[in-house]
Write a protein that binds this ligand. Sequence first.
Ligand SMILES: Nc1ncnc2c1ncn2[C@@H]1O[C@H](COP(=O)(O)OP(=O)(O)OP(=O)(O)O)[C@@H](O)[C@H]1O
Ligand SMILES: [Mg+2]
Length: 633
Amino acid sequence: MDQSSAPVRRLFFGRDDAETDFTHGLLRWGFQPTAAYDAALTGRKTLIIGRKGSGKSAICHRLMAGYEGTALLITPDDAAGDEIRRFELQGVTADTAKSLIWRYTFAIQAARHLSAHARPAHGWRIPRAVRALQSFLQANDETGEDRLYERLRRGVRRLQAASLALKAFGVVEATAEFNGGTEGARALRQLEVLESGVLAAFEALRCTPQHEPLLILVDQLEQVWNIDPDSHAMVTGLLLAAKHVTRCYGGAVRCCLFLRSDIYDSLNFSDGDKFRSDELRISWTQPALRDMALTRASLSLEQSLTHEELWGGVFPATVEGEATSDYLFHRVLARPRDAIQFLTACRDVADGQAHPTVQPEDIVTATKQFSDWKLQDLAREYLVNHPFLKSLFTLFENHGYIVMRPALDRRFQAVQGSFQRGYPAYAERLTTQGVIDILYAVSFLGVKRGSDVVFAGDTQVPVQRHEDEFHIHPCFRPALGSTTAMGLPPYSPDNDVDSPPTKSSARSDAAAGQQISRDFHLLTELTRSCGRILNMVDRSDLPEPAGKELSGQIERVLHAARHKLDLQSSGKSVDSTAHVTSAANYFRELRTRLTAGGVQDERVLRRLDEQANALMATVGGAVGSGGGSESSL
Ligand SMILES: Nc1ncnc2c1ncn2[C@@H]1O[C@H](COP(=O)(O)OP(=O)(O)OP(=O)(O)O)[C@@H](O)[C@H]1O
Ligand SMILES: [Mg+2]
């Protein structure tokens, strides 16, 4: 096939962010309608919360393009964020002050919208209330196309000095009655006049029954978010203002806020409970992500693919024995950005190898690369809230992906002091339970619950103190070198060189006979030991993948011992002493690793010890036939 027409060449899953995707048209045609989109569109929910890359901006841009009324997007940049964070008013709390500057911003946006919208949408005769708004905008220099930052600067100055020009609404600002009280009280009175003016204009035009409300969208607040109290007040102020706006304009204006879940979850304010029914958390299922991948692949290949054609034509049907789409989507956190990045990585590796379609080995290569990216991205995603996250990952490097609570406790205790000294502001949360809660909340760890392992997006129930089995998310395992359940060292038999039978004298025949019988005895004992351990693993309480891993390794020991026995019976000389000694040492090593992984089932640990000791005793005592371990089955 001509490489330029190969599917891999044309395959394109899109960009990492909605803003660029939208510019390239991908979101226009490839947008996946979701419950969150629906809720925002219909106004059922006004607070759309999602993790980084979960599709907040995608919904925002889709609303901007597809909303039947007018939609305005506010995305504060650094300068605007600084203005809001610095804004304060004497006599009111920081939350209230910030809510007033947001209310002011919304009122100005609404006034500007009304001023432009009155004639085209409602006919030539402009009502008095709208003309008043236009005069207000003119008197306050708000008619130009300034940036949000400039508008905010003016608003900040005017609210602090109570210097809004309100004559257009028939108010004489200079009166003592109007100007008395604290800075906060004066700003509030001025704002209320402006808001009543805007409401009067909406009512005069009778916008509400005639068309969709004005939709104000606020996105990308994370760009100006910091851990400081002013950032906190900036967001709580926004929530309060958004709620106020929906009420105060009689349904003619609606605000929809798009917030990162780490920001929203870190808010702590008394009115927090009043937002519960406004909240919607974006969640993605694996089938929805698969559909998104299919749509994007179909768009780029300009043909309407079926899942079978994508996962069995463009991609291979299986990777390492797993159906490809299961393999891929099991290894991403359930959000579109991660899925797009993994698929793109597979595509890029295949393209680099000049493969016309993606091959299993391309996916395996991409898996490690993607895992490395995502581990770094996770630390970056939470850099503000949990700056120590990256350092915590080292606790999991080169161990198994299952971590039992006692093991985690032990590993963390060893470094707790240095963490607390390094991050004194977070010292309170730097306990074993605190660390588990954080790692669970960011979906690095899942918790074993019943027969499932659940991750934070699947449930709202936090980790309970009695829960003690945690699994690293498959996304991060390759990057940490934690690809097996317990990180057990793989068994490799000693490198005996099996030599052919030698011709021997009468005396050496006797010695050889003794050796043969010793070899047979030792190797048979080793197979029995393996059987005893396997028996115990079957009955144990080990986590299932840990049991499988351990059994798998013991099976290898058993297989190697049987192979030696076969060689021995065909007359080859085998070094049974070295072989059995190394197997016994291997059992001890397994015990140590299982203990380090926090396995508490004493029966398995004891069985490994017993069998190692018994084998060593047999090695030391077995001369000729006879002897043997006393271990019970
Ligand atoms: N519903 C959807 N349908 C199709 N593609 C989507 C959808 N939602 C998100 N995407 C895609 O997923 C990627 C990430 O989405 P987006 O940029 O909206 O995430 P975000 O939540 O805004 O992230 P951040 O917090 O980093 O700004 C983008 O490429 C976007 O086009
Ligand atoms: Mg975004």
